[in-house]
Design a protein around this ligand. Structure first.
Ligand code: NAG
Ligand code: NAG
Ligand code: NAG
Ligand code: NAG
Ligand code: NAG
Ligand code: FE2
Length: 444
């Protein structure tokens, strides 16, 4: 796929110029204070397993400044301070700014909090809402975005998500964030510009991160051989809370959902850390507490486009029996730059000699949704395998996002929104019936 270079540059350049101007003009207007601690690229994610903690991350440019976050709830207004840590990294000839990560703990559920990062004239204030306490009938609305990048299409996707009348409260992000690796020497300034671009959403609501192939930044030709280096320095996740030993696979509970994040680009075969973790993990899911079992990964298993075809196949062979056994409700993936929704199908009967190697309808199986249509920089995937396989319920090569609106333990309303339509238009939609509590066939 060719690159759409032009469209990608302008808006990030404009915001960059505005920020640079801000840095130059700032001190003149602000009593000669230092500009070097200017805080930017603020983002938050869930900081524990149940939603009572938030990880706040941000970058300061020339000096570390403070790693503390000042925060207070809308109700009490009593200000508290949480202490964080600062890290830096180098990548080829790029040196990062000071990357701060601060976990705010012991928050109250279902509460609006304000928070401030930075010191003196560089202070910036944001807010977020904690989720309601985990429970089986707690409604919650997730946004779904994948393969976002930083093009005009990316901006359109984010704007459509923000303007959707169904308001997402947190984003399940299925991997491929900045596409910095598509620039010369994986230009890590692109990690910075991406973080500035999405700040308008992710500073105010948590995005739940999944690692994609564009997070690998594995480039031995320029001496960079540590996979996920920039991603893991910049995007912290609460992996230890779920007993994981690496930040690329982990789980969280949020409202009535149990969300398992897997890594398509970490080892997952027998005896690997990820496999050991997932085998322990599925039995822990209590559907009386969290009825909705959702899995996020980057590389899709059921994909009928002629891009990345069968790349998810080895992981499917490895883990699909678990997904069926534990009745996963839905699996969201990205990677393929288009949209696709599957029927409930499984392909777990094959044992090398019986010839039973076709996907079959299976009401214990998840619906697989590919939502890699965020904008990227490589263009849309529009070449589909023909005829459309029976497992594929709906597919379309358009940019967009989706909303998963969980109503209670039995029903969740799902809709996909293409960027070419008005904000409220649903291009594809479905009532999901929970596999544990109401395992009816939703396809008719
Ligand atoms: C990105 O979207 C925002 C919000 O819709 C808009 O204000 C801004 O002009 C867009 N930026 C570009 C470069 O198109
Ligand atoms: C890094 O190297 C590239 C290619 O040689 C060069 O264009 C760029 O200016 C360098 N950046 C820094 C910060 O030295
Ligand atoms: C599952 O969750 C329910 C509801 O919170 C609770 O009553 C029950 O004890 C839990 N079961 C297990 C095995 O932990
Ligand atoms: C679509 O993909 C198929 C299979 O890879 C390939 O043979 C075909 O040439 C592609 N068509 C176009 C228009 O690129
Ligand atoms: C669950 O939500 C669905 C859709 O809103 C509704 O029809 C159903 O009555 C609800 N179930 C209960 C027990 O409230
Ligand atoms: Fe990808």
């Amino acid at each position: 796929m060719g690159q759409m270079g032009l469209s990608s540059f302008s808006f990030s350049m404009v915001s960059y110029i505005i920020l640079v101007l801000g840095l130059i003009i700032g001190p003149l207007l602000c009593n000669g204070g230092k500009t070097s601690t200017f805080v930017r690229k603020v983002h938050i994610t869930q900081g524990d397993q149940v939603g009572k903690a938030v990880i706040v991350s941000w970058v300061t440019v020339n000096e570390p400044g403070s790693s503390e976050v000042l925060y207070w709830s809308e109700i009490s207004k009593h200000k508290k301070v949480a202490k964080g840590k600062v890290v830096t990294y180098t990548y080829f000839n790029y040196t990062s700014g000071y990357i701060h990560h601060c976990t705010i703990r012991n928050l109250k559920f279902n509460t609006k909090y304000y928070y401030v990062v930075g010191i003196g004239h560089t202070e910036r204030m944001f807010w977020f809402f904690t989720p309601p306490e985990v429970g089986p009938d707690v409604p919650y609305t997730f946004g779904l975005i994948g393969d976002l990048g930083q093009t005009f299409d990316s901006n359109k996707t984010l704007t459509h998500y923000e303007m959707n009348p169904q308001k997402g409260q947190a984003v399940l992000f299925v991997g491929d964030l900045s596409y910095a690796d598509n620039y010369p020497n994986h230009d890590n300034n692109r990690w910075d510009s991406w973080a500035r671009f999405v700040e308008r959403s992710v500073a105010y609501q948590p995005w739940i991160w999944t690692a994609g192939n564009h997070e690998l930044d594995f480039a031995p030709e320029i001496g960079e051989t540590k996979p996920f280096k920039p991603f893991s320095k910049r995007y912290h996740v609460p992996y230890k809370a779920s007993g994981s030993t690496a930040p690329f696979w982990y789980s969280i509970k949020r409202a009535s959902a149990y969300i398992i994040v897997l890594s398509s680009y970490s080892a997952y075969g027998k005896y690997t850390p990820q496999n050991a973790w997932i085998e322990e993990e599925f039995p822990k899911v209590n559907r009386s507490e969290t009825p909705w079992l959702i899995v996020l990964m980057h590389s899709p298993w059921y994909n009928s486009y002629n891009y990345h075809y069968m790349e998810g196949e080895t992981m499917r062979v490895m883990y699909e029996p678990l997904f069926v056994k534990y009745k996963v409700d839905m699996v969201f993936a990205g990677h393929v730059h288009a949209y696709e929704r599957s029927e409930r199908v499984s392909n777990v009967a094959y044992n090398i000699i019986n010839g039973e190697c076709m996907p079959v309808k299976d009401q214990s199986a998840p619906v697989y949704i590919t939502i890699g249509d965020g904008g990227n920089i490589e263009g849309l995937a529009n070449n589909m395998s023909e005829p459309q396989p029976a497992y594929s319920a709906y597919r379309e090569a358009s940019f967009g996002h989706a909303i998963l609106d969980i109503k209670n333990r039995t029903h969740a309303y799902y809709s996909w929104h293409r960027n070419d339509d008005g904000y409220a238009v649903e291009a594809d939609s479905l009532w999901f019936f929970n596999r544990q509590w109401y395992p009816k066939d939703e396809s008719h």
